[in-house]
Design a protein around this ligand. Sequence first.
Ligand SMILES: [Zn+2]
Length: 159
Amino acid sequence: MLLTPHTFIGMAIAHFTGSPILAAPICFVAHFVCDKIPHWDFFSGTENDDGSRTKGWRFFAFVADFGLALSIGWFFFYRGAFLQNDLFGAITLLSGAFFSNLPDAMESPYIFHMDIYKKSKFLEKFTNLQKNAQTQAQPIIGITIQLILSLFSAILLLG
Ligand SMILES: [Zn+2]
């Protein structure tokens, strides 16, 4: 799943837990549940070894998704902390945004062919777990599902 829907969904879940501590493990696990929902992302149907994920339009799209997810996370943090004077709630949302994306961040040493991946048995095991937890869908269906989930989460967050 893309980082942007992971962020929206994670923050919505965190909002309902009402605690940054509680949100952390729940959102981390929720990442895997989300990846089980049929989806499509920029790395779908690609091989990691040929380097196609880290160059060309796929990489550009990945950076755009990353930037969007970061902007949305900061928007909701800013809104909570400064516009609603609810720093605790804002930190809770930030915890949700962070931990709901952490599994993908932990996969980045593999995606970017970093040395640390080759040296870490844990990262290798974790990456294999992530890879097997995906349910892929055709682009139009996969994107639509993520849009609906993001919109639904945004409504919950803004409501
Ligand atoms: Zn994932």
